[in-house]
Structures are given as C-alpha cells and as structure tokens.
Design a protein around this ligand. Structure first.
Ligand SMILES: *Cc1c(COP(=O)(O)O)cnc(C)c1O
Length: 368
C-alpha cells in the first residue's frame, strides 16, 4: 500500500490511484560533493528513477491524475506545456501504457537537445501534438484553441478528453507529492536518511513543492522546503503556493477528517527567486556550472531548465556557509532513463510543421 493510504486509510476508497512506477525511490548520499562543499550530510532523492523506462517527478502526479481518468472511463487526456515539456512527455508515455490517447497543446520555448528528444519521444508514444504561439495558462477552459480541441475530440469520440493542467499541478496531482513526503518520512524512520533540515527542489508549476510542503508538515517533519523558481514570478510566488497547498489540504481534510487542517504560512517554506535567470527554460551560467559539477563529482545528469538551477541555489548556500552544519536533501526531479533507442528511428518530419524549427535551428548556446 502507498504511504499516504497507510497513514490515512479512509483515503484509499475515495482516491482513484494507478501504480505507474517503482516506489519508493532510493535516497543516496552525495559523498564527494558533500565533502567538497563542506556540507555535513548531503543526500539526493532519486526521483529520476521513479519509472522503469521513463522517470522524473511527473510520474507521481500522474498516478493520481491518470487513476482518475481510468475511473472516469474517458479514453483521452489533453494537457499543456512548453514544446519540450517533461510533463507532456510523461503524460504521453504513461497514457500510452494504460491504453489512453493523449493530446498535448504546446507553446514555443528556447531550443535545447532535450526539447528535440522529448518531442520525438512523445511522437513515438503516439501523442497528438499541437503547437501554439501563445496560450494563456490561467482559465484554460475559456481559451478558444482549447475549446476547439475539446469539441473536436468529442465529435470524434463521443466524449470530452479529460483535462490535465500544465505540469499536472491540480490538487489531485499534488497528492503525488503529499504521498512522496510520507514516503520520505518512512525512509527517515528506517534510518535510510537523517531527517533533513533543508530540501531543495526546482519549482515550475509548483505541485511538487506544494505537495512536499503539505505532506512534510502533516508528517510532522521539521524539514524546510526550498523551492527554487524556474519560471516567471506570476506562476511561482508565495501567494500562489499557499493557495495551492490550502486547496489540497482542505480537499484532503474533507475526504478524511483525520488529515490535519493545519494552515500553511510563508514561514513554512522558502521560495528562491534569484536563480531563474532571464526566461523559462533558458539555461543560466550558474545552472550549467551546477549541472557539470554533479556530473563530474557524482555521475548524475541534471539539466539546465530545472534541476541545474535548483542545484545552483544549493551550491551557493553551501558556499555562503548557510547550510554546512545541516542535513540537506536535493530532490532530483529529472528523468534519467535513457530512451534514445526508442527515438533513434523517429523522423522529426512526422511532427506538425511548426515543430521542425527545433530540429533545424541551433540549440541555445549553453546547452551541450
Ligand atoms: C516539471 C519539472 C519540475 C517542476 O515541478 P513542478 O511540480 O511543476 O513545480 C522540476 N524538474 C523537472 C525536471 C520537471 O520536469
């Protein structure tokens, strides 16, 4: 049974869930990096390994989101993101594994190798891809392009596709990381890791950090989540974080009255705004230095849009002697499963024309 249902058995009957991955993910010590940075105890949570064939943080959200889709008997899902969205790919990958069709509505972003790979892999998974120049992320359901796709698919299928928001960060998706917090609690109790003082994680649609903040508080852990913002301030900010956490908490307490209704305040977490750089998915010098450091010291591959920026925040705090006597956990959210064999034979010309530029134009200068 998953940790969330062990702690709150009443939830099991009320929350559809489909197991997609191999949980719990291991926690490892970052021995060399810890020694070099002078951090007393430095750990990494290996959510890069959530899935056997495709990992990363989105799988945890999709266990609840796609669980609900199966329960609803809708045969299709529609989701949103940037052209190289890891979330859109994870949705395509795990929908296909469950026999569901997925539709991704994507917008432009800076070019990178991972964008090419993710697009080809989404195609390989049978996803239907659409590219748009602009898409207001709020109020998706009043967006004409979204309405058009919803009705087009209903006409073909007789049913609306199920809507999964950007990044999977609805309260239902957030449950994946409330569960992850209880998973960590169990690993602490088993002695696999000391209770962290700080947990560093990249934050884009906020669901990952929101679930961890709420779950760690409910599990009575002292761990402070440091959410490193990698997207515009209007999407990740203190007020929006509290809002998402509160919505999830109120919903959970309504399903199981033993879930603590504790209010979350800005003192319960920290958002770091100084590692974003200039644009979403535009790699930064500090971020890429952090990527290279983890690669050379620990042989773990991060990337420039999310995890490199989060690791850069951790390294700078270590350099400023802010966390050296502490127990620190880095939450790795980036898939590390190699899918290059699957996409080796996939021709980008099979993608809608708008996507071809990602294969014909150079990747951004800091990518490698
Ligand atoms: C989506 C993503 C994140 C951010 O998670 P959110 O829940 O959207 O904040 C972090 N790292 C990677 C690699 C991601 O794909």
């Amino acid at each position: 049974m998953i940790p969330l249902f062990e702690y709150y058995p009443a939830l099991e009957d009320k929350l559809p869930y489909v197991k997609l991955g191999k949980l719990p993910t291991p926690v490892h010590t970052l021995e060399i990096l810890g020694r070099k940075t002078g951090i007393n105890s430095l750990y990494i949570k290996r959510d890069d390994l959530t899935g056997e064939n495709y990992g990363g943080n989105k799988l945890r959200k999709l266990e609840f989101l796609l669980g609900e889709v199966l329960h609803s008997r809708a045969g299709e899902v529609i989701t949103f993101g940037a052209a190289g969205s890891n979330h859109a790919l994870a949705t395509a990958f795990y929908s296909a594994s469950l026999g569901l069709k997925s539709i991704s509505m994507l917008v432009h972003q800076p070019n990178a190798w991972y964008v090419r790979n993710n697009l080809l892999m989404s195609l390989f998974c049978g996803a239907e891809l659409h590219l748009y120049h602009k898409m207001p992320v709020k109020n998706l359901l009043v967006n004409p392009a979204v309405l058009f796709q919803l009705f087009r698919h209903r006409t073909k299928r007789g049913r609306f596709p199920r809507v999964i928001p950007m990044g999977g960060s609805s309260p239902r998706g957030v449950l994946g990381f409330v569960n992850a917090a209880f998973e960590l609690k169990q690993q602490i109790m088993k002695g696999e890791i000391k209770e962290p003082d700080y947990l560093y994680v990249a934050s884009g649609s906020m669901g990952t950090a929101a679930g961890l903040i709420l779950g760690l508080k409910a599990a009575e852990c002292k761990t402070k989540v440091v959410a490193v913002r990698v997207i515009d301030l209007k999407y990740v900010n203190e007020k929006a974080m509290i809002n998402l956490i509160s919505k999830t908490a109120i919903w959970l307490s309504s399903l199981d009255r033993s879930f603590p209704g504790t209010a979350i305040s800005v003192r319960d977490f920290e958002i770091r705004h100084d590692f974003f750089g200039h644009q979403y998915a535009l790699f930064s010098k500090k971020g890429m230095d952090a990527v290279r450091r983890l690669e050379s010291d620990e042989r773990i591959r991060l990337e420039g849009a999310y995890t490199g920026k989060a690791m850069a925040a951790l390294l700078e705090d270590a350099q400023k002697q802010k966390i050296n006597t502490k127990t620190v956990l880095f939450w790795n959210t980036y898939n590390s499963r190699d899918f290059s064999n699957s996409i080796a034979g996939t021709d980008y010309h099979r993608l809608p024309g708008g996507f071809h530029r990602y294969f014909e134009q150079p990747v951004q200068p800091l990518d490698y």
